[in-house]
Design a protein around this ligand. Structure first.
Ligand code: GDP
Length: 592
């Protein structure tokens, strides 16, 4: 095989098949060569970069060293660290608005946006690019236009933190609600300062003092109550207080180090991206340092681009964008993801190379994801020194249980490892909990509650461990045992299906039989079953009878109707959901 000195570029581990493609050889040739080295491998098996290099050399290739992508990245970031601090200038703070649904986040964002619009701009103000900047005196503030902590936390889960200040909107008549608490905990977990906007004070039933009292109970003490949290009464409707709110945001921002050097290659984060039919991939990005210019070449996640055109939040063409300035950019090779960072690197060849490599890496990262923290895995990670703190999120069916669990779990300390409950709340495990868990490397403890279908899907994707308990000490015990590596062999529960109760029948001597429709999966006669009413588990036990028409059956599949009787339980209501599950023993890795 005389391919003498044919150059090939290799970086990182790859599969045999991938190597064969790179070498323009048949997979079997590569396998044979590996066998010659005493390695029995299959086509889809991964080999490390050293092995790949040896095989390639063996087969007559000259392997070119590729400067690792980390190095290029580090180079850029190091340059920034070494930078003369005097070059860093104040930049506008970047603000996210969070709070309970209907408390006025969108209205507030709209009202603020319109506050600073001059008459000439008013026409073009419909441009929504995902973020906008307003003037306040001679300073500016940038607002992220997607309200809510979902966007905030999903970005954080992807490793991007762009928010400098969180505005917590609380409606003055409604007061603190579940999502208010969630928002506070999301901001706390991200260590972002909070400014409270007590909204809707134009309403006669507004009770701003009550809101302050409720927030004080959650650890946010208003300034006029001797605390540190800035709280501003506002009305998105009458625009009362908006000026003060903006002033206060700047005041709070001034206590943080919000600076960047505008005179260097730009770096920042994608906040929104889409495929536009006419214009190709379009993304709104927020410059975090440096200045982005038309013509700049950049890497961005697994893709790259060259800035073809930029449009600002007022719909105007822009030639450049400085720190904290949002712009819509054309010129991406592919649609990036929200939360991806971009880095301008002068050299187009290098940029393409990095993008190539990242595509490869993406696949590996997906495998990496599969190794997210689970309770079973805690001990290994502690031993490897990867975690010193075990973060938990607690959801339960009643406030009393939340508090009891928080108290019992936060008290746990084993050796160097501390348990920290970063969020607790009443209600089913929702998507927001899962995203917070994913962003903070936390495990979710559900007590008498179940994840809603959305949360289940996201947890699967993000590989977040959700544990369900019905007895407090079992939860506490499991967490303790997990830390010391003694978690008993676990019976992992697998939900096999769900049925919804449509109608109830009283059968003499037998009790209540529920006429059900199997909404997903299947129900089997021997499965365990949970009765769920409004997200809460109200009963758990076994199925007593499972019938199709008059016949006893062993299982009923999705889309079919059936009659279900429960063992010693008759308190069923219409619209209850039966969740059927089976237990499977999970094989644990033996820890030496
Ligand atoms: P979001 O779900 O938090 O984004 O809330 P929205 O901005 O959609 O507002 C929910 C409802 O509250 C809408 O009907 C708004 O018109 C109303 N609203 C918002 N702000 C105010 C306010 O300051 N005063 C009054 N009276 N109503 C408001």
């Amino acid at each position: 095989m005389a391919r003498l000195n044919k150059p090939v570029r290799l970086s990182g581990p790859l599969t045999v098949a991938e190597l064969a493609v790179k070498l323009a050889l048949k997979g079997s040739d590569v396998i044979r060569s590996l066998m010659g080295m005493g390695m029995m491998v299959s086509l889809n098996q991964e080999i490390d970069s050293d092995t790949a290099r040896i095989v390639a050399t063996e087969l007559g290739y000259t392997v070119e060293e590729v400067k690792a992508e980390v190095e290029v990245e580090t180079e850029v970031l190091e340059k920034e660290k070494e930078e003369d601090p005097t070059l860093r200038k104040n930049r506008p703070p970047i603000v996210t608005v969070m709070g309970h649904v209907d408390h006025g986040k969108t209205s507030l964002l709209d009202a603020i946006r319109k506050t600073n619009v001059t008459a000439t701009e008013a026409g073009g103000i419909t441009q929504h690019i995902g973020a906008y900047t307003v003037d306040q005196g001679d300073r500016r503030i940038t607002f992220i236009d997607t309200p809510g902590h979902e966007a905030f936390t999903s970005m954080r889960a992807r490793g991007a933190q762009i928010t400098d200040v969180a505005v917590l909107v609380v409606a003055a008549e409604d007061g603190v609600m579940p999502q208010t608490i969630e928002a506070i905990n999301h901001a706390k977990a991200a260590e972002v300062p909070i400014v409270v906007a007590i909204n809707k004070i134009d309403k006669p039933e507004a009770q701003p003092e009550r809101v302050k009292r409720q927030l004080a109970d959650l650890g946010l003490l208003a300034e006029d109550w001797g605390g540190k949290t800035v709280m501003v009464p506002v009305s998105a409707r009458t625009r009362q207080g908006l000026d003060t709110l903006l002033e206060m945001i700047l005041l709070v921002a001034d206590m943080e180090d919000i600076k960047a050097n505008p005179d260097r290659d730009a770096r920042g984060t994608i906040i929104e991206a889409k495929l536009d039919k006419g214009r190709g991939p379009v993304a709104t990005l927020l410059v975090q340092s440096g200045t982005l210019r038309v013509g700049d070449v950049f890497t961005c996640g697994a893709t790259w681009g060259k800035v073809r055109a930029m449009v600002d939040d007022k719909g105007k063409r822009a030639k450049k964008a400085g720190p904290s300035q949002p712009v819509e950019v054309l010129g991406f090779e592919e649609v990036p993801a929200a939360g991806d960072t971009f880095v301008v690197i002068g050299d187009e060849r290098k940029v393409r190379e990095i993008a190539d490599r990242r595509q490869e890496k993406k696949r590996k990262e997906e495998q990496e994801q599969a190794r997210r923290l689970t309770l079973d895995d805690v001990y290994r990670q502690i031993k490897e020194g990867q975690i010193k703190e075990l973060n938990l999120i607690v959801k339960a069916d009643a406030q009393g249980s939340v508090e009891a669990l928080e108290k019992a779990l936060s008290g746990i300390q084993q050796g160097e490892v501390k348990v920290k409950v970063i969020h607790g709340g009443v209600g089913s495990v929702n998507e927001s909990d899962v995203m917070l868990a994913s962003a903070s490397g936390a495990i979710i403890i559900g007590f008498n509650v179940r994840p809603d279908p959305n949360a289940r899907r996201v947890a699967e994707r993000e590989k977040v461990d959700i544990r369900a308990y019905r007895i407090i000490y079992e939860a506490v015990d499991d967490v303790k045992s997990a830390i010391v590596g003694l978690l008993a062999p676990e019976f992992k529960e697998v939900v096999i299906g769900r049925a919804e109760v449509r109608q109830l029948f009283k059968v003499p001597k037998i009790g209540v039989v529920a006429g059900c429709s199997v909404t997903d999966g299947k129900i089997t006669r021997t499965a365990g079953v949970r009765v769920i009413r409004e997200g809460r588990v109200i009963w758990e036990g076994k199925i007593d009878s499972l019938k199709r028409f008059k016949d006893d059956v062993r299982e009923v599949a999705e889309g079919y109707e059936c009659g279900i009787g429960l063992e010693n339980y008759n308190d069923i209501k219409e619209a209850d959901v039966f969740e059927a599950y089976v237990s499977e023993e999970v094989k644990r890795e033996v820890t030496p």
